[in-house]
Design a protein around this ligand. Structure first.
Ligand SMILES: *Cc1c(COP(=O)(O)O)cnc(C)c1O
Length: 380
């Protein structure tokens, strides 16, 4: 982009806060059309800041191309539109982010795309769910809020057998923990809002594809539907991404310490964390997770609203915030936030009850976090 003979040589990419780029003459315009990936015309198509973010995530996930979008939701929409059109059928893991469930169940049918949700227990045998027009399975590396871990390699084999594509939402794990493309997934998406940006100050998404064709199609969907990310938000996310590895290591070691502490606490009846030996997929999480189990955990306290409120009010510095993956610890209440639209039978079946608290463990000193949690549990 910048003239290499220019005396101004910033170490960090400046923010290209411009909606459009200029051309000297028709020759320069033609050069753009010859190599649009190396030049710029209009920020909705591409911008140096969003390209930098896309390239960095593409490297981390080991993709053949990536495109950044305005949110995690627009990334999921883009990924689906890479493979699906009206008349197609799509499969989705039942334990999925609430926003994805709403997009799939309420919006895609308006576009003529039919959706079937597959219970977790049946996810490795899709023969009963696939039809001739089935194109895709959408699943997550780890589920929210109970941190069930899915075997991506096995999912990819299942999809290959059915001749359908696999889209993995890798938001909870991040590529530091799991790289789904290397395990056979076709497309990975992230809510960059979470770990990739990591500071609770950006809303963004990314789609990383295996295969140039899929990457190209993702770029078209982003461009034509206008799902692009702004230069400033791209810049913030690039800045956050530089510390991803460091942050994930600290999130994960803090979360393991806190999960162990909570598992031994008399006021906690159950802890969901893949790093605990008591977790049903602990073995799988160890193999697939690079020895790291992430920064998210859930635990169960007394199943009564008054007890939950006492616990929440007693937390002095840890806020109730229905999102995740920031550098400072926060907690959420799945039953009343992400899972409030589930019917009572389904909640009971999944185990998402009043007493379930989801913790997004930050990068603070773990002793301070345990002290605060301990005091709040005493207040119940
Ligand atoms: C937050 C989240 C999304 C949606 O991302 P936004 O950036 O809020 O649009 C999708 N999937 C998962 C797993 C998430 O946690």
């Amino acid at each position: 982009m910048s003239n290499s003979s220019s005396p101004i040589k910033p170490k960090v990419t400046p923010i290209y806060q411009t909606s459009v780029f200029t051309f000297e003459d028709l020759t320069e315009l033609e050069a753009y059309f010859d190599q649009p990936s190396e030049r710029y015309m209009y920020t909705r198509y591409s911008n140096p800041n969003s390209n930098e973010l896309a390239e960095e995530v593409n490297k981390l996930e080991g993709g053949d191309g990536a495109v950044v979008t305005s949110s995690g939701m627009s990334a999921i929409f883009t990924a689906i539109m890479v493979f699906c059109k009206a008349g197609d059928h799509l499969l989705c893991a039942e334990e999925i982010y609430g926003g994805s469930a709403v997009l799939l169940s309420q919006e895609l049918n308006r576009l003529g795309i039919e959706v079937t949700f597959v219970p977790s227990d049946n996810i490795y045998d899709l023969s009963a769910y696939c039809k001739p027009n089935t194109r895709v399975l959408l699943a997550e590396t780890m589920s929210n809020p109970l941190l069930r871990v899915f075997d991506i390699r096995r999912l990819a084999q299942t999809c290959q057998k059915q001749n359908i594509k696999l889209i993995i939402d890798n938001t909870f794990a991040s590529p530091v923990i799991t790289k789904p493309l290397s395990l056979g997934a076709d497309v990975v998406i992230h809510s960059v809002t979470k770990y990739l940006a990591g500071h609770s100050d950006v809303t963004a998404g990314v789609v990383v594809a295996k295969g140039e064709e899929h990457a190209k199609r993702a770029r078209q969907v982003m461009m034509y539907y206008g799902l692009n990310l702004s230069p400033f938000d791209s810049w913030l996310a690039v800045r956050g991404l530089k510390t991803l590895r460091l942050r994930i290591k600290q999130h994960a070691s803090n979360a393991l310490a806190i999960a162990t502490f909570l598992e031994n606490h008399p006021k906690v009846s159950r802890v969901y964390y893949p790093g605990l030996e008591s977790h049903p997929e602990h073995e799988l999480a160890s193999q697939q997770g690079n020895g790291l189990y992430g920064g998210m955990l859930s635990f169960v306290i007394q199943d009564e609203e008054a007890a939950v409120n006492s616990f929440m009010q007693a937390l002095k510095t840890i806020p109730f915030a229905p999102s995740l993956a920031g550098v400072t610890t926060s907690f959420s209440h799945p039953l009343r936030t992400s899972h409030r639209s589930l019917n009572p039978e389904k909640r009971e079946q999944l185990g998402i009850t009043m007493g379930v608290i989801r913790l997004s463990v930050g990068v603070e000193e773990p002793e301070e976090l345990m002290e605060e949690l301990s005091a709040a549990l005493e207040a119940i």
